[in-house]
Design a protein around this ligand. Structure first.
Ligand code: GTP
Ligand code: ZN
Length: 218
């Protein structure tokens, strides 16, 4: 992943999420990515063999390594705060104090109960106080927290508190609408339902501001 990272900011946000009680339950690991990939590869080999799959088949033989790389470097890279995007806020010199809304941010995450895909859209709004942030950084922060085993409620809250920490305001709204493949492709097998969650703070809690925001999203 080629983007600028900021581990110091990531670690400060981790502490803030722990304080707010919204951090993902994680235990410390000092294993390198190479070690993690080697261990996951070995364990996924066992899963495939247990299912009776023939790992000498050309198409299957590299799947354990492929899955291990995908877990560590792609779909779960947001477990590592060393990958937190460089998202430094800058002074709000123009004193802009109306809504900034980034709509339809594509999110793919992974359900932590079943380890299948969550696929949806995220809308993020804030009203600047002293600080503003590059627009793409909002998408990047949402994506960082999506790249973990997740539940949708916690994903909404983690994005909210990370932005609140960086932007030094509570005037933020995070709304996610997503389809869960654990609901769609298994279990209840409902192909049409989606789930909306939100974490809203500050002025967006007022009825009129909330109504205005919903109008802008529509
Ligand atoms: N609150 C919440 N629940 C979720 C999310 N993703 C998946 N779930 C639910 O987690 C629950 C896990 O329930 P269990 O009864 O332990 O699992 P299960 O036997 O596979 O349940 P079914 O999905 O109903 O077949 C299910 O109801 C899922 O729909 C999420 O993001 N938020
Ligand atoms: Zn699930």
């Amino acid at each position: 992943m080629k983007y600028s990272k900021d581990a110091a900011l990531g670690n400060a946000i981790k502490e803030y999420l722990v304080e707010k009680g919204v951090e993902t339950p994680v235990l410390m690991t000092d294993k390198s990515n190479t070690t993690k990939i080697r261990i996951i590869e070995k364990n996924f080999t066992n899963i495939m063999k247990t299912l009776g799959l023939d790992l000498s088949d050309d198409s299957l033989k590299d799947s354990p390594h492929r899955v291990a790389k995908m877990f560590v470097n792609e779909i779960f890279y947001g477990l590592d705060y060393g990958n937190f995007p460089k998202a430094t806020a800058v002074e709000n010199k123009m004193k802009y104090n109306e809504v900034v809304l980034v709509k339809n941010i594509s999110i793919t995450s992974t359900c932590e109960h079943h380890f299948v895909t969550i696929d949806g859209k995220c809308h993020i709004a804030y009203i600047p106080k002293e600080k503003v942030i590059g627009l793409s950084k909002i998408n990047r922060i949402a994506k960082f927290f999506a790249k973990r085993p997740q539940i949708q409620e916690r994903l909404s809250e983690q994005i909210y508190y990370a932005l609140s920490f960086i932007l030094e305001t509570e005037d933020i709204a995070v709304i996610i609408d997503a389809e869960h493949y654990c609901v769609k492709s298994r279990g209840i097998e409902d192909i049409s339902s989606s789930t909306t969650t939100s974490k809203i703070g500050g002025v967006f809690l007022d009825d009129s501001a909330r109504a205005e925001l919903i109008g802008l999203i529509k």
